[in-house]
Design a protein around this ligand. Structure first.
Ligand code: GDP
Length: 557
């Protein structure tokens, strides 16, 4: 490390690249230990399939405002959560569980697609099934379409609840026609979508809806292992008076026990008490159970993952590290895909699809833009429109872009101020255009960077080792004669002996007599020292080369 001019203490963490470089120098393999979180989630894969049992589906209500999401949630809770039997009261903890004859269903208590996608943006996919609530007297509305796109972007199946069926003069076929245009063809019309007529006012159809959820869950083959240590997702959390920090979590796998040490986001703590949705204290919580836990050291955010850890010291270290990493991340700007930085982002993350959200002033121009963008798709990069709609760019668009790593394109529209704030904070790119051609030209340019460059090795020259010297300062120096091309100071080099490659790396110094030089041309002599490699012998050949990256052009498609 000192040779490299890096001064560190014995218990300091090193950059992964530095570690790899040094390992290579000593011809040593590096085993990368998983983080606590990786270890917790990796273990899941190694588990025995015979321990897997069916688990309850976790359900979220979505739909247009005033179509009855809250009323349905309340109605189900009031009539189906067996509070009376247990002598308890239903408690608002952010989620609740309904026990039925043939199984259970867990409901997330924060309806709406924004909340759903915000959770997803933090890395959690808590919902198994989305119930799309549509008021039968009002039909499909803009937010209904938004909700569908949010559910689809997350890959979560949709069950439709046609609400307010107690009202007179409603036209159910009309709504089903609207749904079929959105690729949600009702089962009784030969499609695949379950559509249930319900009323949150009279309770009509609610039992049928719950039954359908269990049926859908069966098709999804939702399974979990109650015998393993718990992991899951934070649904809600707060600093409450009297209780300290209370977090509602949803156990997704394993069973959570009193006394378990839990890591949630950047916080941790031993579970001091667990309270269920009926206000009862419990000892354990199996998969798909929502539960309020007390004992965490801080308030985790909704959507943050939690898992059970064992070693307290390691857990503390892990959380401290994660906290500082998070602070750094907050300071470093764009976290999401942007047209300008696409090229670098591709190099790092290998994005193969550019996801876009289109907002426009009239549906004709949205369709035209969608079509033009679709035509830009090549065999290397797809353009996927995950949502399009009329109106200004709103917060829901930005959150969806954030969760799905998409860019937002506005055509003849503005950006709502809250949406702009979220976009600035989260590094989501919003591009506004007034001409379709401008939008496609911009994206086309970005896509050229998106195409992975072709890496090509270009040989610069060859030198023969005629003599070697050793100095205490630099190590072995090879006295060479450049037989072909040139040897450049910054080039990559390869040392071969009798046709076999002995070393590949960099030049540590290139000299002619006593002077440092930038390159040595054909027919000249030079002294070469290799970076971290002293095994050089007379007769060896040193080849200098460059890696050239050639951006693929769209024309190559
Ligand atoms: P949300 O915005 O989707 O959560 O909708 P709410 O649950 O707040 O309901 C909006 C309005 O519709 C309220 O005034 C409810 O009383 C009414 N409402 C909800 N469900 C029904 C229903 O099944 N029938 C009738 N007639 N009204 C309903």
């Amino acid at each position: 490390m000192i040779e490299r001019g890096i001064f560190v203490t014995i218990n300091q963490s090193l950059d992964e690249k530095v570690v790899n470089d040094i390992a290579r120098l000593y011809d040593t393999e590096i085993e990368k230990l998983p983080t606590l979180e990786e270890a917790a989630f990796r273990q899941e894969e190694a588990e025995d399939v015979k321990d897997l049992v069916p688990r309850a589906p976790v359900v979220t209500f979505m739909g247009h405002v005033d179509h009855g999401k809250t009323s349905l949630l309340d109605m189900i809770r009031k009539t189906k959560v067996a509070a009376k039997e247990h002598g308890g009261i239903t408690q608002h903890i952010g989620a609740y569980e309904v026990m039925l004859k043939d199984g259970a269903v867990s409901f997330l208590d924060t309806p709406g697609h924004e909340a759903f996608t915000e959770m997803r943006a933090r890395g959690a996919n808590a919902t198994d099934i989305v119930i799309l609530v549509i008021a039968a007297d009002d039909g499909v509305k803009p937010q209904t379409v938004e909700a569908i796109d949010h559910a689809r972007a997350a890959g979560v199946p949709i069950v439709v609840a046609l609400n307010k069926c107690d009202l007179p003069h409603i036209d159910i076929d009309k709504v089903k026609t609207q749904l079929s245009k959105l690729n949600l063809m009702s089962e009784d019309w030969g499609g695949k979508t379950i559509v249930v007529e319900v009323s949150a006012k009279t309770g009509k159809g609610i039992d049928k809806l719950l039954e359908m959820l269990l049926l859908e869950a069966e098709l999804l083959e939702l399974k979990a292992n109650p015998k393993t240590v718990a992991k899951g997702v934070v649904v809600e959390s707060e600093l409450s008076r009297g209780h300290g920090i209370a977090a509602t979590v949803l156990v997704q796998n394993g069973t959570l026990h009193l006394g378990d040490m839990v890591v949630a986001g950047t916080h941790y703590g031993k579970v001091k008490a667990m309270i269920n949705d009926r206000g009862q204290r419990v000892q354990g919580a199996p998969p798909s159970t929502p539960i309020e836990i007390l004992g965490l050291s801080g308030v985790p955010q909704a959507g943050e993952k939690f898992f059970v850890a064992k070693d307290e010291r390691k857990t503390r270290e892990y959380c401290l590290k994660k906290q500082s990493a998070e602070k750094e991340r907050e300071l470093s700007a764009p976290k999401h895909v942007s047209l300008e930085s696409l090229y670098q982002q591709i190099e790092k993350g290998q994005i193969k699809e550019l996801k876009v959200i289109i907002k426009g002033d009239v549906s004709g121009s949205i369709e035209a833009l969608q079509k033009s963008l679709g035509e830009l798709s090549t065999k290397y990069i797809k353009i996927g429109v995950i949502h399009s709609g009329l109106g200004n760019v709103n917060d829901s668009d930005v959150v969806l872009a954030m969760a799905s790593n998409a860019v937002v394109i506005g055509f003849h529209v503005k950006v709502e101020s809250k949406a702009q704030q979220t976009a600035d904070k989260e590094g989501v790119e919003i591009k506004l255009y007034n001409i379709i051609y401008e939008a496609t030209a911009d994206i086309e340019a970005a896509m050229e960077g998106m195409l992975e460059p072709i890496a090509k090795e270009v040989s610069l020259g060859k030198a023969q080792v005629r003599k070697t010297f050793t100095t205490s300062k630099v190590g072995t120096i090879a006295g060479c004669y450049v037989v072909k091309g040139k040897i450049a100071r910054n080039a990559a080099v390869r040392l071969s002996r009798g046709g076999n490659i002995v070393y590949e790396g960099k030049i540590a110094s290139l000299k002619r007599f006593k002077d440092d030089i930038k390159e040595a041309a054909e027919g000249f002599e030079c002294g070469i020292a290799l970076a971290h490699h002293n095994n050089i012998k007379e007769g060896d050949v040193i080849e200098a080369f460059e890696i050239q990256k050639i951006a693929r052009r769209l024309k190559d498609k």
